[in-house]
Design a binder for this molecule. Sequence first.
Ligand code: TEU
Length: 583
Amino acid sequence: MSAEPALDSSAEDWWRTAVVYQVYPRSFADSDGDGVGDLRGLIGRLDHLERLGVDVVWLSPIYPSPQDDAGYDISDYQDVDPTFGTLADLDDLLAQLHARGMRLMMDLVVNHTSDEHPWFVESRSSPDSPKRDWYWWRPAREGMQGGTPGAEPTNWESFFSGSAWEYDDAGGEYYLHLFSRKQPDLNWENPEVREAVYAMMRWWLDRGVDGFRMDVINLISKDIDLPDGVVHHGGQFGDGFGHVMCGPRIHEFIAEMHREVFEGRDRKVLTVGEMPGVTVEEARLFTDPARREVDMVFTFEHVGVDHARSKWDLVPFRLTTLKAVLGRWQAGLAETGWNSLYWNNHDQPRVVSRFGDDGAWRVRSAKLLGTVLHLHRGTPYIYQGEELGMTNFPFAGIEEFRDIESLNHHRHAVERGDDPAQVLAALRSRSRDNARTPVQWDGSPNAGFTTGEPWLAVNPNHTEVNAEAAEADPDSVLHHYRRLVELRHTEPVVAHGDFTMLLPDDEQVYAFTRAHEDVELLVAANLSGEVAKADLDLDGWADAELLLSNLDGGATAASAATAWDGALQPWEARVLRRQQARL
Ligand code: TEU
């Protein structure tokens, strides 16, 4: 743990000054040579996380799972899949994290289970099963034969393409699955389901874990009338999203969970709800401390600025659009609630390839994107490899993909006649597999990730882009991210300062200020490969300290220059700090 004071866990809102690091265990570090990352591998790399200075590790699912959706299809909530290790390994990870002053946040996936979970196996066993109502079972559409096209109870499309309903011959009914057919949705209307989930969460908290990242938690309350969705553009399916997103009882369920699981515990744990489609207004309700629901949410608006109706319909990225979204969320949760801040996770392509330049300006643009994100108001999340400036993978063909969402989309799109080359181009740019290539620890054949055959190919650029090289280069993305984390721990303005967006209409420059007590920061970043001029009012900033720069040599080198006139090099980001009595 770097020299900064440990977070005060008794503080109600310790997470306001925390930085979270997401580990996707399949791709982090493999200790037994089976080509899949595991818990002992993660434990072996804790020095890397401690030196980065992060406070919390978010661990994507490690529970027993058929891995139909890479672990987000859980068949046992209270154990560890042998691929990843044992419960004892997890206890050891927890103990070692705590010993280093870090915390562990588990992934809570309770909108759905695996179809191999005993709850579903029993529910499916018979229409009279006592657990039948633990899931969404419905007969075929009036007058239609079950299992025939169009007989599904609603016309909803799954997130992973195809119908959101699967027909079960044995029971003669359909079950709902918003994701893959091996991920049946739990029926949260049933209090037995809710109590079973709360008991499982309490079990993990009793083991000492420090929080939960809650998977698609705003989809657990459905419109129980199950109306059909609107069919867009002559599509095969209807859009059921509006009938499951932030449903009628969502706040009741989240508040009940808070009461039943977190109330009265001596430790304040961290909760973040992943909420596709959530609005700022809804997020203010979810994250208002007075309502005791969750501490923060993951919104999807900023990671949707470069696609149209679906994530596969690519549209050019416009900086003004991104600033409009992030600016609205900063303003919207300024008084009440709290933002999470992320560019990357295991579902999003690598940000340096998306909003940066992963060619000539890879290092500088990766540092710029980290600077812009980490100096917003909210809790930043670093996704494994982001601190190394890892890029998207140069997928050549469909055979190189593993992600169910990508493979299903490819199959459905090609079947409906889309140009396979175009579908592949969209996958290359947007597939989740871009985020899931093994972490690049060094330049050796499998980047130090495994001694075996990696489950997903290592990015060939690992010979240049890797932790060992980054450690040795003081101008690397790694050293810059360490500085960003340090600033959040040492500069109260970074965690608590008011946010003010500047130059909202500038398509090149992202600029804003943060102000707290007598300290003010000015952040200016040029998201283009050309020189830019930030048209800012720089009165009163002439004597400001250059707190951070992503130019080689960092702040020290750049600060030698005379008073800054707003000029920015390609992909340059600079942070000025001034201290003066606020009027
Ligand atoms: O993701 C939810 C979700 O909205 C994503 O699936 C999203 O639609 C898509 O991937 C964006 O490209 C969560 C988990 O993060 C994801 O890994 C799981 O596949 C999904 O839920 C189901 O559990």
